[in-house]
Design a protein around this ligand. Structure first.
Ligand SMILES: [Zn+2]
Length: 94
């Protein structure tokens, strides 16, 4: 039986959103949820939604919470997010 790629990706995205919802609650499994979400997105070629991608640290896979584990600075053109682990991420400010 041929698997339906479209259906597969829809399920993958649902799983990713569920994992983020779980990670959002915090707790010790937060990083493993986010790692798993990343794996799913790679495996099924589903891009992570931009707002979720920006909420995740690429280095330590923690959920970025402004004021708690990350610092956000806004310059004229860039938003600079610095995670507690030292990773820095920049993206254009609208
Ligand atoms: Zn980090």
């Amino acid at each position: 039986m041929r698997r339906d790629k479209f259906e597969e990706r829809k399920i993958a995205l649902e799983r990713i959103l569920k994992l983020y919802a779980l990670a959002e609650k915090g707790g010790k499994y937060e990083t493993s949820y986010l790692k798993r979400a990343k794996e799913i997105s790679k495996h099924y070629l589903v891009p992570l939604p931009l707002e979720l991608k920006r909420k995740t640290c690429k280095k330590c896979f923690s959920l970025l919470r402004p004021g708690k584990n990350c610092i956000i600075r806004i310059s004229r053109k860039l938003v600079i997010v610095k995670c507690g682990c030292g990773a820095v991420r920049k993206y254009g400010a609208k």
